[in-house]
Design a protein. Structure first.
Length: 352
């Protein structure tokens, strides 16, 4: 960056302004240079607080680490100016042009930048807390890690701006244009009027390369959103639903000619497919429908021997169990014609 030394008369005015600041107005005088040509001058580390520099030409000037607190730079030309580490708290840059200016780590808190041109601005970690950027043009500005808490970005143009890791807590984004802006790791906690933001797509990636493709684009609501394209109607000679492929039946299920009538029960054995032949030495199991062998009777139950000193059980007798109406005496046989009284509850005959 090429700069030129200050003229002698400008040096005297700057010194008088410094005395005015140090004496709080009792000595010296305030710097007033409206529409002055100060381009490519070295004004670094200078005290320019409360200076009147309206509509001045400061393009390419070196204002690095200078003090511009509450200075009036309305409508000034600052294209490509060096303002890194500058102290511009409360300064007025309304309608000023700062295209491609360098504001790396500059302090512009509470500054006024209404309708200012900040295209392709270098603003790494610039402090814009509570700054007024209403209707400012910040297209393609590099504001990575910028502090924009409670800043007014109403109707601001942020198309293609890099706002990665920026702090937008409580910022006013009424009708701001964020189309193509990069917001990876940006904080929008408490941001206001997000439902009015205009954005066709935004980039939420965190890399430093070019903007990602449309696969990572995310739409956002906007106050003047572009109309969504109408759905395409299918051609007149085509079906709206693709025809499903016809499933082919297996060869065994194909029918040829006239279908036959259902088989009768008598012809079930004739229509049955031939059984497989068992290998040699294997016994074929008898078929339940063709076997004529009679079933053998089950063997009689084996009597259980009675233990010495125990009463015989009914299982050890070949006869059927004694009925519950049998008399107490085992030798007495009830007559088929006589009626036998049932034993009372006080009988000593044990019940089976």
């Amino acid at each position: 960056m090429t700069t030129h030394p200050l003229p002698a008369d400008l040096e005297e005015q700057l010194q008088a302004h410094e005395r005015w600041l140090n004496s709080r107005g009792s000595a010296g005088h305030r710097l007033r240079l409206p529409q002055a040509d100060l381009h490519e001058l070295d004004l670094s580390n200078r005290l320019l607080s409360f200076a009147q520099l309206r509509h001045c030409n400061l393009s390419g000037a070196n204002l690095c680490d200078s003090w511009l607190t509450a200075a009036d730079l309305t409508g000034s030309q600052l294209q490509g100016a060096e303002l890194s580490y500058a102290h511009a708290e409360g300064a007025c840059f309304d309608q000023a042009s700062l295209d491609e200016a360098n504001l790396v780590k500059a302090d512009c808190s509470c500054a006024r930048l209404r309708q200012a041109h900040l295209r392709r601005l270098h603003g790494l970690r610039v402090n814009l807390i509570e700054a007024d950027l209403q209707a400012a043009d910040l297209s393609e500005a590099r504001l990575r890690g910028a502090l924009l808490s409670s800043a007014c970005l109403e109707a601001a143009n942020l198309r293609g701006a890099n706002l990665q890791q920026a702090l937008l807590t409580g910022a006013i984004l009424t009708c701001a244009d964020l189309t193509g802006a990069r917001l990876g790791s940006a904080s929008l906690l408490g941001a206001r009027d997000l439902d009015t933001v205009q954005a066709d797509w935004i980039d939420i990636s965190e890399d430093d390369g070019p903007p990602c493709s449309s696969t990572a684009r995310r739409p956002a609501a906007g106050c003047s959103r572009l109309p969504s394209p109408a759905p395409r109607s299918p051609p007149a000679n085509s079906c709206s639903k693709p025809a499903s492929p016809r499933r082919k039946s297996p060869p065994s299920c194909r029918l040829t000619g006239t279908p036959a009538s259902p088989p009768s029960p008598s012809s079930s054995t004739a229509s049955r497919p031939p059984s497989r032949t068992a290998p040699t030495g294997w016994a074929s199991p008898p078929s339940s429908s063709t076997s004529s062998m009679p079933r053998s009777a089950p063997p009689p139950p084996t009597p259980i021997p009675a233990l010495p000193g125990s009463r015989p059980s009914y299982a050890s007798k070949a006869c059927s169990p004694r009925p519950s109406w049998a008399p107490c005496s085992p030798s007495a046989t009830p007559s088929p014609t006589a009626t036998t009284a049932l034993p009372s509850s006080t009988s000593s005959c044990p019940r089976p």
